[in-house]
Ligand binder design. Structure first.
Ligand code: 5RP
Length: 236
């Protein structure tokens, strides 16, 4: 734990994101190619990476948004197909549980996030303490879907007790970087994330479910009022 001065004023969620974004630099070494996730916490990491001038060889990015931000800082971005293995993947989460299972996809980048995470030896999750849960399911579960399957998938989630809604942007279905749509499923409780991820990934029309259990985090850097808590998860 990195301790803070207890007399200092309470940190905002934004400040906690900056804190964990900076803490993730400890997992990056000069010369490496690293995987970079998506979201406001990762944006803090990208900015910290640029400031630190670590002279990494480059990155593989999980979204057009992160690619733009990385390139704006002059950090090279490679196509995933140009790189065999990544030393580390650094990304945020919408929820993370005590075993390192996560819900992701609040930024609609879940499919590319899983692809980049699969190439990395280590997944470092950076999150403020509001993301920590005992059981996944409080955050509406994002699922990237092929649009022609939407109504059937809504019915399949309803049979599990979930209410799936098509994510909208400016009043029309949001289109992901992969040209697909997102369902946000409310009201699910996911006590067995491994089995749940396997089941939903097998439903025709599902591109990716936002449960990251098969590719859970190895380490979580959790921003708390006391400082950054480093949580290393046991390997199975
Ligand atoms: C994007 C993600 C993000 O990691 C997740 O939504 C957390 O975002 P933020 O850091 O903005 O809270 O999965 O698809």
């Amino acid at each position: 734990m990195m301790n803070r001065d207890p007399s200092a004023p309470a940190m905002t969620q934004e400040e906690l994101k900056v804190l964990v974004g900076r803490a993730a630099l400890a997992y990056v070494e000069p010369g490496q190619i690293i995987g970079v996730g998506t979201g406001s916490t990762v944006n803090c990491f990208i900015d910290a990476l640029a400031q630190a001038q670590l002279s990494i060889a480059g990155t593989v990015s999980s979204s057009e948004a992160s690619t733009q931000r990385l390139r704006a800082h002059g950090i090279p971005v490679f196509d995933a197909n140009e790189v065999a293995e990544l030393a580390v993947y650094i990304d945020g989460a919408d929820e993370i549980d005590p075993r390192g299972h996560m819900i992701k996809g609040g930024g609609a980048a879940l499919t590319r996030e899983k692809i980049v995470a699969a190439q990395a030896r280590r997944f470092v999750c950076i999150a403020d303490q509001s993301k920590w849960v005992q059981t996944l399911g409080r955050f509406p579960l994002p699922v990237e879907v092929i649009p022609m399957a939407t109504q059937r998938l809504i019915r399949q989630f309803a049979a599990l007790g979930g209410e799936a809604r098509v994510r909208l942007r400016d009043g029309v279905p949001l289109v992901t970087d992969n040209g697909q749509h997102i369902l946000d499923v409310h009201g699910l409780r996911i006590p067995d994330p491994v089995a749940f991820e396997s089941m939903v990934n097998n439903w025709p029309g599902v591109v990716t479910v936002g449960v990251f259990a098969h590719q859970r985090a190895h380490v979580c850097l959790l921003g708390t009022p006391e400082g950054v808590r480093t949580i290393a998860f046991e390997t199975p």
